[in-house]
Write a protein that binds this ligand. Structure first.
Ligand code: ZN
Length: 436
């Protein structure tokens, strides 16, 4: 019995190790596509990379043993790590770490060190000395800045020159939806991190789960930076993305108004991060807020799960945001009712309408501010008003308490500059599309 239990334990152990290896391998592969194999030996100290790809090799291709060996070790900053403790963790002495910190002091604030930032330790083996000597520390600061910190013969470090701006590398991916945007974009070679960025960019205007149909096309242009010395290619950022939906194309451009103010805009220069309209009825006046109140008709206290806007019969009701009509029709006490889905999390509901705007039905795509119906008193209503609800993951929430980003729309000179920039980007994309 005891023997069997041991056997069982070993079996279970093996199973766990196997499972761990599968998960581990999956996690390892995640980063692999973002990193191209360099020509020199590369090793990683942190467990986020695929060790298989970075087995230690001799420096240079077919190098003779008499040549110095080069070993580059990639090290990645962990959460809440400071400069000194980080370098110490990777075997550097306190003195060395301080010297490196001093070398970049004028260019980089060590307090802004972030989790995930990359350093490379370049060690060189010189003839007659069996040990590898740390000769250089390379520090990459996204997007595309590179610090090269060299070691003096005496042992202390100095910054080689002002930080380098790394060359750019673009990746154009296009395809059509067969399974899902995620799977199809992955198949076309887009990295997981780029796909996550892509869904974030579109999350304000498209419900990626429901609005995409089989055969809809997508295009993505990613700008990466590349360091020839270490072979490191950063995951980069999406500079252009398009979804060709059945309702029409949606194109998004990354644009920077000021050097450190980067945002995404649609073709007309409207910011993609959209807030819902505060007052989705023309000239409406808030008449009843969210929360407990005495129900005027039913005569008992109940939670008011929306807000009411008093407005004359027939006043146009506006969609609070871009989206798709999910429900349109009579709904008990709500009377004539429309539910608009804005993204996977948010939807808004409009009740007691006297009538709907023409041509709308379930599935219709609508724009923020578009008239979807008219104020009325259908269902359980004492007088004409709009009962408006915001749903977050299918739960009514207080519209005044939700945290939605503020939208940036380009105007005047900014808009003119953007349109000029967009023209250039469109030209670049058509060249990629044509395969040049
Ligand atoms: Zn109400």
């Amino acid at each position: 019995m005891k023997f069997r239990r041991t056997e069982l334990a070993i079996g279970l152990g093996c199973l766990l190790v196997g499972l761990f290896l599968i998960v581990y391998d999956f996690l390892q592969n995640e980063g692999a596509s973002e990193f191209e194999r360099p020509k020199i030996a590369l090793k990683t100290d942190d467990k986020k990379f695929n060790f298989k790809d970075f087995q230690e090799k001799m420096g240079g291709s077919g190098a003779k043993t008499s040549k110095p060996e080069i070993l580059i070790t990639e090290i990645i900053v962990k959460q809440n790590e400071n400069f000194i403790s980080f370098l110490k963790r990777h075997g550097l002495s306190g003195l060395e770490s301080m010297s490196i910190l001093n070398a970049i002091k004028g260019y980089y604030k060590s307090s802004t060190l972030k989790r995930g930032q990359r350093f490379f330790l370049k060690r060189i083996k010189i003839e007659g000395d069996p040990t590898l000597k740390l000769q250089k520390v390379i520090f990459l600061v996204p997007p595309g800045k590179k610090f090269s910190i060299l070691r003096k013969p005496k042992g202390d470090f100095y910054l080689e020159k002002a930080p380098d701006i790394l060359p750019k590398k673009t990746q154009f991916v296009q395809g059509s939806i067969q399974d899902s945007l995620y799977i199809d974009a992955l198949k076309r070679g887009l990295s997981r991190s780029a796909i996550n960025k892509l869904s974030k960019i579109f999350s304000y205007s498209v419900d990626l789960q429901r609005s995409l149909r089989q055969g809809d096309k997508f295009e993505v242009l990613v700008e990466k930076t590349y360091d020839p010395e270490t072979g490191f290619v950063d995951p980069g950022s999406i500079v252009y993305a398009a979804l060709y939906l059945h309702s029409g194309p949606q194109k998004i451009y990354r644009y920077s108004m000021k050097p450190d103010e980067i945002d995404y805009f649609d073709e007309k220069g409207a910011g993609v991060r959209k807030a819902l309209l505060q007052t989705p009825v023309k000239g409406g006046r808030l008449s009843s807020g969210f929360g407990n109140r005495n129900h005027p008709i039913l005569g008992y206290t109940k939670t008011h799960k929306g807000i009411d806007f008093a407005a004359p019969q027939g006043t146009p009701i506006l969609a609070a945001g871009d989206g798709e009509i999910r429900k349109l029709g009579w709904l008990g006490g709500y009377g004539n009712y429309i539910l608009v889905g804005h993204n996977k999390d948010y939807s808004t509901a409009y009740a007691h309408m006297s009538s709907y705007a023409k041509g709308l039905r379930k599935g219709t795509h609508i724009k923020q501010g578009q008239v979807i119906g008219y104020v009325g008193r259908t269902g359980r209503a004492t007088g004409p008003h709009l009962h408006y609800e915001v749903h977050y993951r299918n739960q009514q929430v207080n519209p005044h308490k939700i945290k939605m980003p503020s939208q940036k729309n380009l105007k005047g000179d900014q808009l003119r500059n953007f349109l000029l920039y967009k023209k250039g980007r469109d030209g670049e994309v058509s060249a990629f599309r044509a395969g040049h």
